[in-house]
Write a protein of this length. Structure first.
Length: 648
């Protein structure tokens, strides 16, 4: 009976049976040791492949760190159980006679399908390798053409509307704007609730000025939305309705807004920080930055954080005049404090809490410059006189709020990125800034912040650790195979196995992000592990050949090597297909998931789904071909083949 049910094939089951029993058991023992070694090093390789995830910091580290730790602990425990508990359980429960693997109908069907395909790949080896190289070369520009972003946008189910108005806006005007905005927002059918506030909360950690408004928009469930409308279209509709003169709109989400403000100090997706020594000069450069960013595709809600334009009542005391009336500076300042600033009268006690009681003139009086000028200053000789007689009173402009960072004054240009990737938008913005501004004077410089700052940090971490990870994986392969050649060929085959992931994320329209990188990292470890298992079975087949026919050019032919390689590749074909199927069955349902969190999960799963398919195809078809070509080269060059199992 032949190993494969096809005609004119040399490799037979009877040939395998001719090996003496003691030698065959010795081979099985050595092969089992190599399988155990493969399990051990496969676990280390997968753990090492997650090393970049362990080293991520900030938001991305907090998000993906638990995933890496969970998978690592599971693999560690799983490896221990496979090497210790599994053999004991097998000895208890798997007793009696077992049907041959060849008699299993599923395995028999898979072998009948697999045999002609692998033989065709071996026959047309140049075409097979060329197809893989072409697919790899095509996938590289596809991936390079994708946009870049820090994290995939997470749909929180609500909207945060953050408009800003002029810094000298009054309380009454802000209240009116809030009421108008809330009515316009509530007019959209998808909006369930609206809550807006202006200014800062009763806490020292919230430094929001009265000109900054925050409105939380709670949306209805998606099944109550209009047909074929998206969240982006709802935001565009709201933005078109809320075009109020003197108000600059800004759209984000509550959670990501707080994360951005805590991690980078920027409340939008991207911020251009302008540092310098003079506020007026900083403001001039910030306006140039705003002009350079206008019209760039993807730049939305562009706004310059005001560092000038605040209104102040400037009261300058005339020293000569107060001397003529016998007054002191403290006499005038006491009047100003009691009228405008508020004078502390007493302290009230309510339980364990104490409140100071202050008194000052009403808002209408304080808003009237003429009334302030007529404040009466009591003198000893001339009686009461108006304040303007002893002081110059006028309204001047100044910074509404001074921002500093690293002991430098700072101005900021803020904008969000929508309908385009973050990396491409910032790259075009940088090019425009270089053309328009050029070299800045000494003491002034520009720094990009926000989500782009996180993107650059995560990219640097991944680029720095990736070569170290590849070196660790190469060393693990070397210790598993005790051959630099086997380790090298196993490692260079991995990029070809990742082709499917590149095609998947391209046709799905996903931008490159940390989530996509984590998906590729997980796929990388899975592909290496499957490749090691394939090479172990191929080496086992070579050991069978050497034991049966000897290891010399006179006893082994290329046709023998080909048949035994095919047999080694087909060995345990069903478990290999099961591994791929289990991965697909577990991952594919995520592609159809919806709701909060699915936006982050899909970029992780997409490269894994596409990569598992091409990885399985590559390992089942191309890895045996490369192994066969290596053994044919060894036979032709050295007159024998390198049998790894015999060394162990």
């Amino acid at each position: 009976m032949k190993f494969f049910n096809s005609k004119n094939k040399i490799f037979k089951k009877e040939a395998y049976a001719k090996v003496p029993e003691d030698i065959r058991m010795n081979i099985i023992e050595k092969a089992s040791k190599q399988v155990s070694r493969g399990v051990f090093f496969s676990t280390i390789i997968i753990i090492a492949s997650f090393l970049p995830v362990f080293l991520l910091t900030g938001q991305e580290g907090k998000l993906f760190g638990p995933l890496a730790y969970t998978k690592t602990f599971i693999l560690f425990v799983d490896a221990i159980l496979v090497l210790t508990l599994a053999p004991v359980l097998i000895s208890f429960f798997m007793k009696g006679r077992f049907r041959s693997e060849n008699k299993n109908p599923i395995n028999h069907f898979l072998e009948r399908v697999y045999e002609p395909v692998i033989r065709a790949c071996i026959k047309w080896r140049k075409t097979t390798i060329a197809v893989n190289i072409i697919a790899l070369l095509i996938s590289i520009p596809l991936v390079m053409s994708l946009g870049k972003e820090f994290m995939p946008p997470l749909d929180e189910g609500s909207i945060l509307f953050m408009p800003v108005t002029l810094p000298d806006v009054s309380n009454s005007e802000v209240k009116r704007i809030l009421q108008v905005q809330d009515k316009l927002i509530k007019s959209v059918p998808e909006v369930a609730h609206v809550l807006g506030k202006a200014g800062r909360a009763n806490t020292a950690t919230d430094n929001s000025p009265i000109s900054m408004i925050e409105t939380i928009v709670i949306l209805k469930p998606r099944n109550e939305w209009r047909a074929d409308i998206t969240k982006e279209e709802i935001i565009n509709e709201l933005n078109s309705k809320l075009q109020i003169p003197g108000v600059t709109n800004g759209w984000t989400q509550p959670i990501i807004n707080r994360i951005n403000m805590l991690s980078t100090g920027i409340r939008t997706d991207v911020g251009v920080k302008v540092y310098g020594q003079n506020l007026d000069t900083i403001n001039a450069f910030a306006q140039k930055v705003r002009i350079a960013l206008q019209g760039i595709n993807g730049v939305k809600d562009l706004y310059v954080e005001p560092i000038t334009g605040g209104k102040y009542i400037d009261i300058t005391i005339k020293r000569e005049e107060i001397g003529r009336y016998g007054l002191s500076i403290d006499d005038v300042n006491t009047l100003i404090e009691s009228a405008l600033g508020g004078m502390k009268l007493t302290t009230t006690v309510e339980g364990r809490r104490r409140f100071s009681v202050n008194a000052r003139f009403g808002q209408d009086f304080r808003n009237n410059l003429s009334a302030i000028k007529q404040l009466q200053v009591q003198t000893m000789s001339s009686g009461p006189i108006p304040l303007e007689a002893v002081a110059d009173i006028k309204i001047t402009e100044g910074p509404p709020m001074i921002s500093s960072e690293n002991a430098l004054l700072r101005g900021t240009v803020l904008f969000n990125v929508r309908e385009r990737d973050l990396g491409g938008t910032v790259a075009e913005a940088k090019a425009n800034l270089d053309k328009m501004i050029g070299q800045m004077p000494k003491g002034y410089f520009i720094e990009w912040s926000g989500q782009y700052e996180n993107l650059i940090r995560s990219q640097k971490t991944l680029k720095l650790i990736l070569p170290i990870v590849l070196l660790i994986i190469f060393m693990c392969m070397y210790f598993a195979f005790h051959s630099v050649r086997e380790a090298f060929f196993s490692l260079i085959s991995i990029p070809f196995a990742l082709i499917g992931g590149a095609f998947m994320i391209y046709f799905w329209g996903v931008n490159l992000s940390v989530a996509v990188a984590v998906g590729f990292i997980a796929l990388f470890g899975l592909a290496v592990e499957t490749g090691i298992v394939m090479v172990i079975y191929l080496n086992d087949a070579m050991q069978q050949l050497v034991t049966l026919k000897g290891n010399s050019r006179e006893t082994i032919t290329k046709e023998d090597i080909r048949e035994y390689v095919i047999a080694g590749a087909a060995k345990r074909l069903r478990p290999k297909i099961m591994t791929v199927s289990v991965s697909l069955f577990a991952l594919i349902p995520i592609l159809w998931s919806s709701g909060v969190g699915s936006d982050v999960m899909k970029p992780i799963v997409l490269p894994m789904v596409g990569g598992v398919l091409t990885s399985a195809t590559h390992i089942l078809l191309v890895t045996p071909l490369i192994f066969l070509m290596t053994k044919e080269y060894e036979l032709r060059k050295f007159g024998k083949i390198d049998v790894l199992a015999a060394k162990h």
